[in-house]
Write a protein of this length. Structure first.
Length: 95
């Protein structure tokens, strides 16, 4: 949980469901690296996935939310990064 990248991912998916390609674009990291971080977050039951066709979308696991809510609220607000992704037209990469 102390990893900066995983904290950033949590800060992003607390706002809305995102796919790997969107996280790659926002965090400027490789797909395998993002996938590895997501796998660890999923194993810790902090995020859940939803499959849609060939895409996998990630969001905060609702069951764990009450336990991590305070920590999530302490994370920096990254909603502007998501808005920038939408403005650039990259938000639709997985739809």
């Amino acid at each position: 949980m102390a990893d900066k990248t995983r904290l950033k991912i949590l800060a992003l998916v607390k706002h809305e469901e995102l796919c790997v390609c969107e996280l790659v674009e926002i965090l400027k990291m490789t797909q395998p690296s993002i996938s590895q971080h997501l796998r660890k977050l999923k194993q810790a039951k902090l995020v859940k996935e939803r499959r849609s066709s060939q895409w996998i979308f990630y969001s905060i696991d609702g069951e764990m939310y009450p336990f991590i809510k305070e920590n999530l609220n302490a994370l920096p607000d990254m909603s502007s990064d998501i808005e920038q992704l939408k403005t650039s037209g990259m938000k639709v990469c997985c739809t």
